[in-house]
Every structure is written in C-alpha cells, then in structure tokens.
Design a binder for this molecule. Structure first.
Ligand SMILES: *Cc1c(COP(=O)(O)O)cnc(C)c1O
Length: 380
C-alpha cells in the first residue's frame, strides 16, 4: 500500500471480528473474561493490551513503515519509556533545540537518575561524533526542531549511530510520517506526540513509538506494561480517527505554511522567518532530501526584538488563537519565551535563538487569505 491508503487502512484488516464494524470499536473495558486461567481472546487486562489501542498501534507502525507500534498516554510518556531502557551511567546526545518538556524530563528527572545528557547542535556530524563515549547509548534527534525549525540529517546521523552501535531516536512530531519517515533513513526509534498532527484536532493527549527491532520492541512493551503510561481506549480511537485524514491535512498545512512564510518574509516589520521550505533556510537542502514537503510550523522574529510587541501581537490575533500546542486543524500562535520554553533558562534559550520577539505559528487548514489578513492586522 502507498501512504494515503495506509493512513486509512494500514494494520486495520479484521479489526472487528465480532460484528464487522468498519471503524475500530472503542473497547472501554479494563478487563476481559477468561474461560479458564490464561484462556482468552488475546487480551486480559487493558494496561497490558486493549483492542482499540492495538488497532492504533498497528496503524502508526504502518504509516511509519515500521514493524512495531506502541501507544502512550502522552508524548512525554512515550519519551519516558524510551529513556527507561537506559541505566545510570549511560549517556545520551540530544539536540539542543528541542521541545521544552523533553528538555525538562531529561535535565531534571533523568539527570537525577544518573543519566548524562549532552545537548548539542546537530548540524555537524564531526561534532556529534566527538561527543560519543563508551557510555553513549542513545542519540536523541528532533527534526524539524521546536521552535527554530532546524533540520538535521537523519540519514547522516544514523550512519554515525550504527558505526558506534548507539541507538538513534527521532522525535517526528512536527513532520509526521506523511512528510518524513525516519526508520527509512536508518533511525532505530521514531517517537510522536500524537497530541499534535496525528490526532490533528486538538482534542486528545497521546504519544507513540515505532521501532523495527523485535528485541527493542519487546523491551519497550515490557516498560509500557510495567510502568503503565498507556493510551486509553477513547484516546486511542481519537488518534486513530485523526490518522485517517493525516495526508489531506498535512498537504494543506504545508500549502498554508508556505503562504504564511512567504508573506512574513516580505513584511517590513519582520526580521527572520524560520520555515525549512524557504530557499534561504540554512538546512533547506537536507529538508528537501528527507521531507516530502515542509509542513505548517513557521517561526519568526520582529525587528527591534521587543518582548512587549510580541505579546501585543499574540493578544491581537483573531483567526489564530493564542495557545500552547500545535498540529490541529485550527491555526495557533505561541510566544515560546514566555510559554513552551519558559522552563529553559533565558541564556540557554537565547543561545539557540529563542529570543524575546520570537513567535511560533502552527498554521492550520483555514483559507489562507484569512490567515494572511489576520497576520497583517496583528502586525499592524
Ligand atoms: C508536544 C510535544 C512533545 C510532548 O508531547 P505531549 O503529548 O505533550 O506529552 C514532545 N515533542 C514535541 C516535538 C512536541 O511538540
């Protein structure tokens, strides 16, 4: 099957042997009856496994071209399960420009558990390689990054990872499997905040992991069941329903993303526009190589870099909504310095470009004329 067909049917054959319902039923149950101890129809307790979650797990594995999918209560619960495969003393090399919550999880909780994190820029392969020690177990890459929209070369990093027998995990939340499939470029683990584009309607918190390796899948499944950060049946249903229109939405997000990026680039008050589809984006060539299109996430700064003006902008938008999160059908705007990245110290965040005037847009799938008009009045 090709991608669009997989988004709708991937892993969904024989989904309801009971009545043949076309959509996966929501098995809102904690437990399943057994004829005699151990004799059941494949499910015994919904933390260990649930048919609706299982339908979602097969769907995400299918769209990511992977063998095994796992669905979690949130993106962070998925990341948490991946880091639990490590031991005290292990080292992780991570993108320095990454989702604030991921940074917080690494740099507070797991740092105290004795895992060492190196946060670095991932543009130079030599730099990445120079951080690898005998204790390095994992490279954590986010691409495009949040909120600076840097693109890292997944295939090049995967070569280094393989050479040193280190696992490569890619947070694919911004691009989604529609725009890029990290496993095809040699990554070992692909992770999503399904809360964003996979769910696509800003109505669910969920996370997922896809891997090819059987042993790694078994280890992650053990952690998922043992630690319990699972996706519930209703949430699994919502993400599964979202995935069925992923390709259509991503196509329009990318179209509108381009319109917004080009509009901002020509606006007299705008200083910098960060969108990997722009020819002058520093990683445009890598983006073109590994992504089908460039998505709907656009960040920009204004001339003078005024904190106050940035706040005024997000107060004045009307079609865009000021809110955390991204990836829904509706357009959102955020001010990373005071919102998503407030947990990163000012000097740290400014080093990676999260300055006071930076605005991050999640461009939705409304009519682009209305979006541009809104940006015009709010910038005015
Ligand atoms: C939102 C997000 C996460 C965390 O996911 P939750 O579902 O909020 O727990 C991780 N990575 C990226 C890139 C995100 O945007």
């Amino acid at each position: 099957m090709k991608f669009n067909t997989k988004a709708i049917h991937g892993g969904q054959q024989d989904i309801d042997p009971a009545y043949g319902s076309v959509m996966s039923p929501i098995y809102q149950t904690s437990t399943f009856s057994q004829k005699t101890p151990g004799s059941h129809k494949g499910f015994e307790y919904s933390r260990s496994g649930n048919p609706t979650r299982s339908a979602l797990e097969k769907s995400i594995a299918s769209i990511e071209n992977g063998k095994h999918g796992l669905a979690f209560a949130s993106g962070l619960a998925a990341i948490d399960a991946i880091i639990k495969t490590l031991k005290p003393g292990d080292e992780v090399i991570s993108t320095n420009d990454l989702y604030g919550g991921t940074y917080r999880l690494f740099n507070t909780i797991y740092k105290d558990f004795g895992i060492k994190f190196h946060f670095i820029g991932m543009q130079s392969m030599d730099t990445i390689e120079s951080y690898i020690t005998k204790n390095t177990k994992l490279i954590w890459a986010e691409t495009p990054t949040n909120p600076m929209m840097n693109v890292v070369d997944i295939e090049a990093i995967s070569k280094i990872a393989k050479k040193h027998k280190v696992l490569l995990a890619v947070d694919n939340t911004f691009a989604t499997a529609y725009l890029q499939r990290p496993l095809d470029f040699g990554a070992d683990i692909v992770m999503h905040s399904a809360t964003k584009y996979l769910g696509g309607h800003s109505d669910v918190i969920s996370g997922s992991i896809v891997v090819n390796d059987d042993k790694l899948a078994e280890q992650l499944y053990f952690i998922q069941n043992a630690s319990g950060g699972i996706a519930g049946p209703m949430d699994s249903f919502l993400v599964l329903r979202g995935i069925k229109t992923l390709h259509l939405r991503m196509q329009r997000h990318s179209e509108n993303g381009r319109a917004v990026a080009e509009y901002l680039q020509n606006h007299p008050k705008v200083e910098n526009v960060y969108w990997p589809g722009l020819k002058d984006h520093p990683n445009h060539d890598i983006a073109k190589k590994q992504m089908k299109d460039f998505g709907g996430m656009v960040s920009f700064t204004t001339k003078g870099n005024s904190y106050k003006e940035a706040i005024k902008f997000v107060e004045n938008i009307k079609v865009f909504t000021l809110a955390e999160s991204l990836g829904g059908v509706e357009s959102l705007a955020g001010h990373p310095a005071s919102m998503t990245h407030a947990s990163i110290p000012k000097e740290e965040r400014e080093k990676i470009g999260v300055v006071d005037s930076l605005i991050r847009l999640s461009v939705g799938i409304e009519d682009k004329e209305d979006l541009l008009e809104d940006l015009k009045q709010a910038l005015g």
